[in-house]
Design a protein around this ligand. Structure first.
Ligand SMILES: *Cc1c(COP(=O)(O)O)cnc(C)c1O
Length: 425
């Protein structure tokens, strides 16, 4: 495979951007080699600067659930551009998107739009602290909630792959109120609440952990979190930046039937444009400025182009709810092939989300995920890439399917996975 253009672009980019990229995992640091520079994408396929074509399972890390350059989304965006790119004033479109979101996720009674998932979770926590008047929060080891200071503790994928779980540049005093629990471990949560019964303002969790590879919640785990937070008066925040509109229109909370106090959205909510949303119970959201005393603002918040892309994406999903069962079916076929062909691996799946770990033992949390052989993953990754399959350049990221993936794409991918098995055993 020829990747000369990508090589040249990467070398030049390294002079301008740390590691040659604008987000760390893109640099292929943990799998080695040169990242392919993407020129364009269409449906389930991406094309690099050297003209190579790949079936894409990264999907911009989740947003492109309808496939790249999806007709109705692109048309709506094209039209919206002609009306102006940003006003810094309220628009009808924000109301339309807000209405659609609340229709799908009724627990988001009131919400605020921001420009990224990081901002959404960071702001949800600020609101929860303002509402409860408590400083401490609980997060789970291996869950990622964006790169805001207080949440950059044992934060999964990016940080994990670099084997630097805590970031330099974050003062210890910023994370002293961040308490750590183990995913799927009820006792670790009980212990923290009994130690700090009156100090914990919020518990934030990925209802399906998707940033240490895919780790589904054990049956009853989310319900337990709902009960214990209610008992101690802490705000339960579901970080649905990945799972929102991915596990179904109602997100993971709809899928598992557990209702949080607050929810953070991103990725699909902007249909490929920068967008984050946080919201929840009205009495909590009423603490947010200008109504309440928790300050939070954004020049480009509720941007008309991003809201347009979000509206078009969510409307399309609402019109074609069959997309979700079809995504699960495609995921099922890939998971079956992975399980049957790759030796000494563990595969986790929830809805259409899945990932393969290069360890033969069950993966239920961060520690068990870390047992994976990342060198083997790198070999597997490069075999797939060279054969036209673009998956996550990290053992600790998951695969994303889109409505545009065809049976032919899936069959081709399965057959290449089978071939890959031969070279990594
Ligand atoms: C991607 C992600 C974020 C951060 O969103 P950005 O838009 O990258 O800032 C937060 N939480 C989860 C669960 C994510 O997967």
């Amino acid at each position: 495979m020829k990747i000369e253009e990508s090589k040249t672009l990467f070398e030049k980019s390294r002079e301008y951007f740390p590691g040659g990229v604008n987000s760390p995992v893109r640099a292929f640091g943990s799998v080695g080699g040169v990242p392919v520079f993407v020129k364009r994408a269409s449906g389930s396929h991406i094309f690099d600067e050297d003209g190579n074509e790949y079936i894409d399972y990264v999907n911009s890390w989740g947003p492109s659930i309808l496939g790249h350059a999806c007709g109705p989304v692109v048309e709506a965006v094209r039209e919206a551009c002609l009306y102006g790119l940003s006003f810094g004033a309220p628009t009808r479109k924000e109301l339309v998107l807000g209405t659609l979101i609340r229709e799908c996720i009724p627990s988001m009674e009131m919400m605020r739009m921001v420009s990224s998932g990081t901002e959404a979770v960071m702001s949800a926590i600020r609101a929860a602290r303002g509402y409860t008047g408590r400083d401490k929060i609980i997060k789970f080891i291996g869950c990622y909630h964006g790169h805001s200071d207080g949440l950059l503790v044992k934060a999964g994928s990016g940080a994990l792959t670099e084997s630097a779980p805590d970031s330099a540049g974050v003062p210890a005093s910023y994370t002293q109120h961040t308490l750590l629990a183990r995913y799927n471990d009820e006792d670790s949560v009980k212990k923290l609440f009994s130690e700090f019964p009156d100090d914990i303002g919020a518990l934030v969790v990925e209802p399906v952990a998707a940033n240490m590879g895919l780790v589904p919640p054990k049956p009853g785990f989310l319900g337990f979190l709902r009960e214990i937070t209610a008992k101690y008066g802490a705000v339960l925040i579901f970080d649905e930046v990945i799972t929102g509109f991915r596990m179904g229109l109602g997100g993971a909370q709809g899928y598992y039937g557990v209702t949080p106090d607050m929810t953070a959205l991103g990725k699909i909510a902007g249909g490929g444009m920068p967008m984050g949303v946080y919201g929840g119970r009205k009495e909590i959201m009423e603490v947010v400025s200008p109504l309440g005393k928790v300050y939070q603002a954004g020049t480009l918040s509720g941007n008309p182009i991003a809201t347009t892309a979000g509206i078009a994406t969510i409307r399309t999903l609402m019109e074609q709810p069959g997309i979700y069962s079809s995504l699960e079916e495609k995921a099922g076929k890939l998971v079956k092939t992975l399980k049957e062909t790759l030796p000494e691996t563990w595969v986790n799946q929830a809805g259409s989300l899945f990932s393969v770990f290069f360890t033969k033992d069950q993966v239920v949390d961060f520690d068990t995920a870390l047992a994976s052989d990342t060198v083997k993953y790198g070999t597997y990754f490069h075999y797939l890439l060279e054969h036209g399959i673009y998956t996550a350049p990290s053992q600790f990221e998951i695969l994303f399917l889109s409505a545009a993936h065809t049976d032919e794409d899936i069959e081709k991918t399965c057959s290449i996975i089978k071939d890959a098995a031969g070279i990594i055993s």
